[in-house]
Design a protein around this ligand. Structure first.
Ligand code: MG
Length: 228
């Protein structure tokens, strides 16, 4: 039995075009500027972090940003939710649903950690139907650092199973260098997928246990999880 923690954006789903457009609209409305999300290295970071980083990059004064940040987040959730098509199947990355399906037949604890807020994740789940696969989710707007999310995941998994998951009993699957670095802190099994903004070279430099092009090769990924 393992604790398998999936990242969401660019690992299981690709809603970056929606995130990018929501960001542009909100910054226009709140700060009268129109930045693109891709101006910053957003992969594997929390939404708050990214919005703050973008505001800083575009010279929005810190106090102005702080004053509006709560409202910004609330509007983000509302606009994001309205921007999603009712059936967002095409935003699910190759092999993701099939892999989750296979894993759901095992006794592994499947969890999600993401920089997104609960409202965004529930919109994504509503549009994709992926929510049913996860025992629990950890959100970047509640716990900013990925390592703290993993600590919480270990605690939750212990509450559910009575077992202490450690080292390679913890599996982290993500598309960013930050997912790999986070996994290494726990000596977890790290599985990187090259479906995000970090290149294969960047991902390999972070030293994942495995690097896959995407999640399509379910058999190989399941074998990698089983191997250790
Ligand atoms: Mg990601």
């Amino acid at each position: 039995m393992k604790l398998i923690i999936f990242d969401l954006d660019q690992t299981l789903v690709d809603f970056i075009s929606v995130h990018d457009e929501v960001t542009r609209r909100l910054f226009k409305e709140f700060f009268d500027i129109e930045p693109r999300l891709t101006e910053i290295d957003f992969a594997g970071k929390s939404l708050n972090d990214n919005l703050r980083g973008l505001a800083r990059l575009r010279d929005v004064p810190e106090d102005v940003f702080q004053r509006k940040s709560q409202q910004l987040l609330e509007s983000y959730e509302t606009i994001f939710s309205k921007s999603l098509p009712p059936d967002a199947a095409k935003h699910i990355l190759p092999g993701a649903r099939e892999l989750l399906n296979e894993l759901s037949k095992t006794d592994h604890i499947i969890a999600l950690y993401t920089g997104d807020s609960p409202g965004i994740v529930s919109s994504v789940f509503r549009a994709t139907g992926l929510g049913k696969y996860f025992k629990f989710c950890l959100y970047g707007t509640q716990v900013e650092a990925r390592a703290d999310m993993v600590r919480l995941a270990i605690k939750r998994a212990r509450e559910i199973t009575g077992r202490d998951f450690k080292n390679k009993e913890i599996v982290i699957i993500g598309d960013s260098v930050r997912d790999i670095e986070c996994g290494r802190l726990f000596n977890a099994l790290t599985i990187a997928v090259a479906t995000g903004f970090h290149s294969r070279v960047q991902l390999l430099a972070a030293g994942p246990d495995y690097l896959f092009e995407d999640l399509k090769d379910n058999k190989e990924i399941l074998a990698a999880i089983k191997r250790v």
